[in-house]
Ligand binder design. Structure first.
Ligand code: 5RP
Length: 222
């Protein structure tokens, strides 16, 4: 099976976690896009969605799915999103698509996080994928110095010759070369650096369920 076929398989499996009559939190990225396209097929059964990025909001709206502002929503049963890396205990690296802050915010309001990922995302140790950190632009250099002191090599993410800007108008610093033995401790440590908006480690609140696409079928880890 191709990677896209595996992504489609987990996106289809995730529909079983969508609660009828409720609002669903929706992540960002290519796997989340497959999920949005599947969600469109049952859109009459849900109240609507909360989006974790402008791109996701546009795709949801293009399918005719109502997009709620998170400030209008006090609770939602489930948030469904992809990951760049995930461990057996549900700790993740996210933010390859630069949407980590909104993803973390929407996930924090949901009762349960269902991660949908192709098998290549499953790891024993997080850190091979560069760890994204969203940073207030004026703190870029001070945060890079603080991150380099922790270990690895912190690099500003660029796009078309300029610093990539997030939906929130901030920059992304990716930390390369980490081996993250204690993701909860590292998440808290990076969150404490002044100027950091959010770190793409989802370990304090990780995934409750992971639907992993493999050539033998979709495996459920929980
Ligand atoms: C975006 C994310 C994505 O969930 C992550 O990058 C995985 O993306 P894809 O499904 O395209 O592999 O965190 O910020």
């Amino acid at each position: 099976m191709t990677q896209d076929e595996l992504k489609l398989a987990v996106a289809q499996a995730a529909i079983a976690y969508v609660v009828e009559g409720e609002i669903v939190g929706v992540g960002t990225g290519s796997t989340a896009n497959f999920f949005i396209d599947e969600l469109a097929k049952i859109k009459h059964k849900i109240k609507g969605a909360v989006a974790s990025s402008e791109a996701t909001a546009s795709r949801l709206r293009a399918h005719g799915i109502t997009v709620f502002d998170l400030n209008e929503v006090s609770a939602m049963p489930v948030y469904i999103d992809g990951a760049d890396e995930i461990t057996a205990s549900g700790a993740m690296i996210k933010g390859g698509g630069a949407a980590l802050t909104r993803e973390k915010i929407v996930a924090s309001v949901a009762k349960s996080f269902v991660c949908i990922a192709d098998g290549s995302k499953f790891v024993n140790l997080l850190g091979k994928f560069p760890l994204p950190v969203e940073v207030i632009p004026m703190a870029r250099e001070s945060v890079i110095r603080a991150l380099n002191a922790i270990g690895g090599e912190a690099k500003l993410r660029m796009k078309d010759g300029a610093a990539l800007l997030t939906d929130n108008g901030n920059v992304i610093v990716d930390i390369h070369g980490l081996q993250i033995a204690d993701p909860v401790a590292l998440e808290k440590q990076i969150n404490n650096i002044v100027g950091v908006v959010a770190v793409g480690l989802f370990a304090v609140q990780g995934a409750n369920v992971c639907l992993l696409g493999t050539s033998e079928g979709v495996k459920t880890l929980q």
